[in-house]
Design a protein around this ligand. Structure first.
Ligand code: PLP
Length: 416
């Protein structure tokens, strides 16, 4: 993985150049047929002096539409927004090939509204793939995911009419339990499920636990049943590949067919930046032929979407370069490690994956007041919580960590 960092000036020039290659609604070209325009000028006046130094804000005001998918062919880049749609294409290439080690030009993708949409996009593609290639009926397709998975899985299963097969995890290691896994799949098969859409978590939201993608892939391969694995790296996608040099979550692993990686979690981009990547040859299963007014047709759940989102992701990756981002993510892991060592010192049990910045602490060690004071997140707000989690994000200051640990130690000692 390597890409060189760019300077602010280089980035600014690049984005403004791209914006200049888009049709400008304020320019000389006779644009009569497009149902889009610049932002309302009463509020968003285009001559605000700061805009000339603010490429992202300028993109927002110029308002390019990135409707559709732009990695498919040259035709899929709309002439009207050619400049910025090419940036999205470059972003997909960078993330797929550098971060997730894909073959050159081997992947398609787009910037979805978020991880929810990207996950559902994957389910939608595989559902249609099984229908088209195997003649599967809806009732024969199962969606397999662990009990720690994000709620976008049941949401997607509900929208797409898939049967959920929920795998149990070990209460301490958060690993999928092998016996229950085998039992659930065999049960599903005897209930008529023949095709499996499998979700592998590259970090669950609550625990930062990572599923064993090879175990999942080997299992279904040995069962000799059709399956496809989608990786939910909405949370971990922009940290884990940088902190774990031997990650199995790359496109070189044949089991990984598609992946969700949110910009708006670890990459610190604005909301609306859920990246969806998939091997070439699959996104066609969700082509909407009725999208007649879009030259490249549409393959996404969202339809119209802001080009500024793709630009924001591209900018952040470029300003740091791969080495800069790696340093930043490793620093977060170091901070997390320090907290873990301290927790061990005061005898508090926790779960943590060493390549991630999430610590789930067993709730019995923490009073509700302390958890509330530091905005720790509980695993359930409906039932009695079993876990409280800390997420060591870039805004977390060492002083805050120290103060929390001191109060926690006080509570633990008092209980003794
Ligand atoms: C946040 C998250 C999602 C959903 O992402 P949104 O961008 O909120 O839609 C899905 N999966 C995991 C693991 C997440 O952490």
């Amino acid at each position: 993985m390597y890409w060189k960092k760019k300077s602010h000036e280089q980035i600014k020039e690049y984005i403004f150049n791209a914006l200049d290659q888009n049709l400008d609604y304020r320019g000389d070209r006779p644009i009569l047929g497009i149902p889009g325009t610049y932002l309302d000028t009463t509020e968003f006046y285009p001559d605000a002096p700061f805009l000339k130094d603010a490429p992202y804000m300028s993109a927002m005001v110029r308002n390019p539409n990135h409707i559709g998918v732009h990695t498919l062919s040259d035709e899929s880049v709309l002439e009207v927004f050619e400049g910025t749609q090419k940036i999205e294409k470059e972003l997909i290439k960078l993330v797929a090939e550098e971060i997730f080690n894909g073959d050159p030009k081997g992947q398609d993708g787009y910037v979805a509204t978020g991880g929810t949409e990207a996950n559902i996009q994957a389910m939608w593609i595989y559902r249609n793939y099984f229908k088209k290639e195997f003649g599967a009926r809806i009732g024969e397709i199962g969606l397999v995911y662990s009990q720690d998975s994000h709620y976008s899985m049941p949401k997607g299963a509900n929208i797409l009419n898939l049967s959920s097969i929920i795998l149990e995890v070990d209460p301490d290691t958060r690993e999928i339990k092998k016996e229950s896994f085998e039992r659930k799949i065999k049960e599903a098969m005897s209930d008529g499920i023949k095709y499996f859409i499998v979700i592998a978590n590259l970090s669950t939201t609550m625990f930062g636990s990572v599923d064993d993608i090879d175990m999942l892939g080997d299992f279904f391969t040995n069962m000799n049943v059709p399956f496809k694995i989608h990786v939910d790296a909405a949370y971990g996608g922009f940290i884990y590949p940088f902190t774990n040099p031997t990650s199995r979550f790359t496109f070189q692993n044949p089991y990984m067919n598609s992946i969700t990686a949110d910009g708006h979690k670890m990459l610190q981009t604005p909301y609306g930046t859920g990246l969806f990547l998939i091997r070439k040859g699959f996104i066609e299963y969700v082509k909407t032929d009725e999208a007649q007014y879009i030259p490249g047709k549409d393959y996404t759940i969202s339809g119209s979407r802001s080009g500024a989102n793709a630009i924001s992701m591209w900018m952040i990756l470029q300003i740091h370069g791969s080495e800069g981002w790696k340093y930043k993510m490793e620093t977060l892991c170091d901070k997390t490690e320090r907290i873990c060592k301290k927790l061990e010192g005061i005898g508090v049990e926790y779960f943590r994956n060493p390549y991630l910045n999430i610590i789930a602490i067993k709730a019995k060690y923490i009073s509700k007041e302390l958890a509330h004071k530091y905005y720790l997140v509980a695993n359930s707000y409906e039932f009695e919580p079993e876990w409280f989690k800390i997420v060591v994000m870039p805004h977390v200051k060492p002083g805050t960590i120290d103060a929390f640990l001191m109060e926690l130690e006080g509570e633990v000692n008092q209980r003794k």
